[in-house]
Design a protein around this ligand. Sequence first.
Ligand SMILES: NC(=O)CC[C@H](N)C(=O)O
Length: 231
Amino acid sequence: MKFGVIVFPGSNCDRDAIYVLRDLLGQPTRAIWHQEIDVDDLDAIVIPGGFSYGDYLRCGAIARFSPVMNRVIEHAERGKFVLGICNGFQVLTEAGLLPGALVRNRDRHFICDRVSIRVESDRSPWTRAYRSGQVIELPIAHGEGRYYADAETLQALEDEGRVLLRYCTPVGKLDASGNHNGSCHNIAGITNRAGNVLGMMPHPERASDPILGNNHGRALFTSLLANSAIA
Ligand SMILES: NC(=O)CC[C@H](N)C(=O)O
C-alpha cells in the first residue's frame, strides 16, 4: 500500500509516521511537502501531528489552506484513505472533511501522557485488527484536543457508528476521570460517513515499535494493510 505523509511548516510527527510505515511495516512511503499537489498515486494519506504554522489562530486553521489540501479532499472523495493524527485531526475538521472542532482542553493545560482508549468497533477498515470494546493505551500530547460538536452532530456520529475511539478508564469505563481533555462523549477519534477518513487525537505512530514498551497503535496501521490484502 502506498502512503504519503504530509509535511507542513511546524509538523513534528511526520518522521515518526514515516518510520512506522516504511521501516517497521515495509510500505512504500514518502513525505509530501504541503505545496505539492501530485498525490494521485497514493492509497493512503497521513496528516501527522505537530504545530502547523505555530498553531496560530487555531490549530490547523492555516494548514487547511495549503495547496495539498484540495488534493487531500479529492483523494478522500474517491474513497481512498486519509488518517489525521492529532494536529492532523484538527486540520481535517478545519478542512471540513470531518465534523466538529478540537478546542482547548478542559483544564486549559497541554496534556502529554499515556491514556486508556476504548476501541468501539472492529468493523471499520481502521480497527479490524482490534476487538470491539478493547481497551488500549496510547500517548496523547495536545493543548487543543477537546472534541466539540453540536448535539445534532454528536447524535449523528453515534447513530452512524462513527465514533471509533473514546477516552476511558483503564477498565474501559466512560467517566470524567478517563476523559482527560473533556471531550464531548469522550470522543478521541471519529470517521467520516463513508469511513475512509479517520481523525484521532492519540498518537498510534508513537506506540507502534515494541522497543518503546507499547505497540498498541500498530494494529491501526496493520488494519489498514489488511484491507488492501482483502481488496
Ligand atoms: N501533538 C500534536 O499534534 C499537537 C496538536 C496541537 N499543536 C495541539 O497542541 O493541540
